[in-house]
Design a protein. Structure first.
Ligand SMILES: NC(=O)c1ccc[n+]([C@@H]2O[C@H](COP(=O)([O-])OP(=O)(O)OC[C@H]3O[C@@H](n4cnc5c(N)ncnc54)[C@H](OP(=O)(O)O)[C@@H]3O)[C@@H](O)[C@H]2O)c1
Length: 287
């Protein structure tokens, strides 16, 4: 059985790939640039671009299962491209990375970020292929963006101070993805993935400071300043989508981000990793 991993050079896909490879599964990594991809020795690598459907049949040839991820405003078209080709090449089961915000989407009145993910989910669930959808909350790895501040003046800047978020460790997302790809019984399931607690950004900074043994301070910045940083990292369209979702959360006061879900614990048979666990494991990234 061959498993194709998209986003194989990225955060979640890279972890999924490493786990599958270490466990001895036949795994193929998809990347736009095989020459630049640093992947574990022995992994089959295929060059393809999910925005270019003609590049996908070769990548999917002989593949039984897929870990499917794509980014921001490209999500609906890229996921739909891959699903359309997968139907023709005989893929059996796709495990798709979505987002927890989809659960809150109202068609007429929603932020583009939620709609992009919902459209991507529909492309899969209406395809006739077996599917499993992973809907994680915000990733704990966002705190890596605070490393420079932690090494410098110790002031962490974020637009959201007091919105509780049940962040999830991408290691747990990868663990759930591997279970869904390699065990029976996950077809037709949607898993809402959170950590075991909801913390505000202020509280996350406190935890991180305590773990690092360094006095970190939190400073609130405007949403526009945050949007500019996001646009530099991910482009205008994705930054606008993220910021619209953030504004909605702040205005509504009743947001999905603080809710806890038992799915990670149920699938993994152990508690999800906490933000303190994450910070302990990532001390080196802040040194
Ligand atoms: N961040 C959050 O808080 C959060 C919360 C909920 C859900 N999510 C979901 O998680 C996703 C992000 O996952 P991540 O952090 O693992 O992403 P990431 O680390 O940014 O991964 C980027 C990957 O995308 C691949 N890629 C980019 N454009 C591509 C294209 N045109 N064709 C093929 N591959 C392409 C890159 O491969 P190459 O460069 O090697 O081609 C790379 O492996 C989001 O898009 C969202 O759906 C995120």
């Amino acid at each position: 059985m061959t498993i194709l991993v998209t986003g194989a050079t990225g955060n979640v896909g890279g972890k999924v790939l490493a786990r599958l490879h270490a466990a001895g599964h036949s795994v193929r990594a998809l990347t736009r640039d095989p020459a630049r991809a640093h992947l574990p020795a022995g992994v089959e690598v295929v060059g393809a671009d999910m925005g270019l459907p003609d590049t996908l049949p070769d990548a999917l040839d002989g593949v039984h299962k897929v870990f499917l991820m794509s980014l921001g405003h490209n999500k609906r078209t890229h996921d739909a491209n891959l699903v359309a080709v997968a139907r023709k090449t005989g893929v059996e089961h796709i495990v798709q990375l979505s987002t927890l915000g989809v659960a809150e989407v109202e068609e007429e009145n929603d932020t583009p970020l939620g709609l992009w993910h919902r459209q991507a989910e529909k492309a899969l669930t209406e395809s006739g292929l077996a599917w499993t959808i992973l809907r994680p909350n915000g990733f704990m790895t966002h705190a890596l963006g605070w490393a420079e501040a932690a090494r410098g003046d110790g002031v962490v800047r974020s637009p959201v101070a007091d919105l509780p978020e049940a962040l999830v460790d991408p290691e747990d997302i990868a663990d759930v993805a591997v279970r869904a790809l390699t065990e029976p019984g996950h077809e037709g399931r949607t898993y809402a993935l959170t950590g075991p607690e909801a913390l505000t950004a202020r509280q996350q900074v406190e935890v991180l400071g305590a773990v690092l043994g360094r006095g970190l301070r939190f400073e609130q910045i405007s949403i526009e300043e945050h949007r500019a940083v996001m646009a530099g990292l991910y482009g205008e369209a994705t930054a606008n989508g993220v910021v619209a979702a953030l504004r909605k959360a702040l205005e509504s006061g009743d947001d999905f981000r603080g809710r806890l879900f038992p799915d990670a614990r149920r699938v993994l048979g152990r508690p999800a990793r906490s933000f303190r666990d994450w910070a302990e494991a990532h001390k080196g990234d802040f040194a």
